[in-house]
Design a protein around this ligand. Structure first.
Ligand SMILES: N[C@@H](CCC(=O)N[C@@H](CS)C(=O)NCC(=O)O)C(=O)O
Length: 308
């Protein structure tokens, strides 16, 4: 297998989910630190437009979104599956709710002025971040949560987690982790990363103990690689075979040039030739002078592709 290259930045919560999953499975990985805001001249040539963080590059294949990264990693490395048959439905549904709903409570809670800690190194950085995320939010269909909705949503979740873990189980669904543990972990990590909420987990003893276990997975850094090196890796490699090429999109048979991307927020799409669209994923083929041919993969849930 080609090296696993994570394009991420330290403060990104979904990146923390990916880092924890890679380390939990004992996988060695390379770390390309990208800027927290655009431009990202060494990442966009790989994705072709998709700009959410993180993405996982494996040779000339690019896996977008941590839901798909989890599916890709699930048979790599060691340790239990993220998707055990007996709790798959519950774990997957909980993970999706956390990643798309609780996430917005986390954003509101983390960016309260008194809970920001050292997130921004300067007021200029904060201003540039606000301008960047205003661009990022164009076309978003998501309603941002005010604090009076975010706080009780999170408090309820913590109380439910505490109840679920208080029988002494190691992970949310029993003795082995599932994808839900990694989704819950990254959101909690973000909320309590600095500022006034840093110690706020203390009253929840079972969650606290679980959190420390999960945090140990996030702690191992990848081996540094520059963005330019990562693009060279893509250029020197050819994409992995896609297997059966199929499309369930009525207006876009295999081979159609499509724009593929998220439907909820950060909707900037990637343009390419459709190779696969089924219930599991969307894959497009694209080329760039700095990468050669690459295949870019998205999950199907929360993503779409439209004919250009
Ligand atoms: N569902 C996506 C969410 C990714 C996401 O929202 N990432 C945030 C950073 S934690 C982001 O992209 N922010 C804007 C940016 O980094 O440009 C995933 O699981 O990867």
């Amino acid at each position: 297998m080609a090296e696993l290259i994570l394009h991420h930045y330290p403060e990104s919560l979904f990146s923390e989910k990916a880092r924890a999953m890679l380390n939990a499975r004992g996988l060695p990985w390379r770390s390309v630190i990208i800027p927290m805001i655009m431009p990202r001249p060494d990442t966009i040539p790989l994705t072709g437009g998709y700009r959410r963080t993180p993405v996982l590059q494996v040779g000339a294949d690019v896996y977008c979104d941590t839901a798909l990264i989890a599916a890709y990693l699930d048979d790599k490395g060691t340790g239990p599956t993220f998707f055990p048959a007996g709790s798959r439905l519950a774990a997957q549904t909980l993970a999706r709710w956390i990643d798309t709903e609780l996430f917005w409570a986390a954003v509101t809670l983390r960016f309260q002025p008194q809970n920001m800690g050292t997130f921004f190194i300067s007021s200029e950085a904060a201003t540039a971040f606000a301008a960047d995320r205003a661009n990022f939010s164009q076309g978003s269909t998501v309603r941002r949560l005010p604090l009076e909705e975010a706080a009780p949503r999170y408090d309820t979740f913590l109380a439910e987690m505490e109840a679920q873990l208080s029988d002494g189980r190691t992970y949310l669904f029993g003795p082995a982790w599932t994808i839900a543990d990694f989704s819950a972990y990254h959101v909690i990590w973000f909320i309590h990363a600095g500022g006034v909420m840093a110690e706020a987990l203390a009253p929840h003893a079972a969650v606290r103990a679980w959190y420390e276990r999960m945090k140990a997975f996030g702690a191992t850094p990848g081996v540094d690689m520059s963005g330019a090196e990562a693009l060279d890796v893509a250029k020197a490699t050819t994409p992995a075979p896609v297997g059966v090429q199929t499309s369930d999109l009525p207006d876009a048979p295999v081979g159609t040039v499509v724009d593929a991307g998220p439907t909820d927020y950060g909707v900037m799409p990637s343009r390419g030739r459709l190779l696969r669209a089924d219930s599991a994923q969307i894959t497009i083929a694209r080329e760039h002078e700095r990468t050669g041919a690459v295949n870019v993969h998205f999950p199907r849930h929360g993503f779409t592709a439209t004919k250009v």
